[in-house]
Write a protein that binds this ligand. Structure first.
Ligand code: CA
Length: 229
């Protein structure tokens, strides 16, 4: 009768810290997978359903920032950064990376699990591929399919990734940069208006399904969000 525990991927090369985190998560009823490198973490993400990633910025093989970018390309999985340096905090808080939260070391295990719960609540289980995160939506990550009012949408790859990012956090305003890194393999090469153009085609496809609904909200000068239920 017990529900399947949500899996949290812990990416941290310091064993002592990782063990503390894994223990705290398991105590709180989560299933935890521990990886020490960015490469292994991304392989784990491709292999199994992960509800949230706890990601150290300083990893031996690649920067946590780059890992985060890759994670967002794979799908809208929430990320909590762990950082030891205040310079990194500035970058995370600038939210160029679309991280959902961060913790500065040292932190208490209790603080970590509280943040994990808060972020999961906010993303409303979307990271596990379970419940729809906003009214009328269904995101089947295994099949890379998004349905709107019961109708599967015929989306291009970039439209799918873009909408997936918005769906992961209804109400949250995403900048064009954030949407670009979520949806494009080479975000540097894409222009701002590429995002705008894709939002436009997305809206057209959604209008076909529900003419009176306009679930993508434009925030002038800021970006886009998905209307909350
Ligand atoms: Ca480290």
């Amino acid at each position: 009768m017990s529900a399947t525990p949500q899996t949290i991927l812990v990416v941290e090369d310091e064993a002592a810290i990782a063990e503390t985190i894994v223990y705290a998560l398991q105590t709180e009823g989560f299933s935890a997978v521990w990886k020490t490198t960015g490469r292994d973490a991304l392989a784990a993400l491709r292999a199994q359903a992960v509800a949230l990633v706890v990601l150290d910025v300083g990893l031996p093989d690649m920067s946590g920032f780059d890992v985060c970018r890759e994670i967002q390309r794979l799908g809208p999985t929430p990320v909590i950064f762990l950082t030891a340096r205040s310079a990194e905090v500035d970058r995370i808080v600038g939210l160029e990376l679309g991280a959902d939260d961060y913790l500065a070391k040292p932190f208490s295990p209790r603080e970590l699990t509280a943040r994990v719960r808060a972020v999961l609540r906010r993303s409303n289980g979307a990271g596990s591929g379970g419940a729809p995160s906003a009214a009328g939506w269904q995101h089947d990550k295994a099949r890379c399919r998004i349905s709107y009012h019961g109708q599967a949408l015929d989306l291009t790859r970039n439209e799918y990734r873009l909408l997936g990012a918005l769906l992961a956090a209804p109400g949250r305003v995403f900048s064009r940069d954030q949407l670009m890194s979520a949806a494009w393999d080479d975000p540097g090469a894409a222009l701002d208006r590429t995002v705008d153009a894709h939002i436009k085609t997305l809206r057209a496809k959604l209008r076909v399904v529900a003419p009176d609904d306009d679930p993508i909200v434009t925030h002038r000068g800021l970006g886009y969000s998905l209307r909350e239920a």
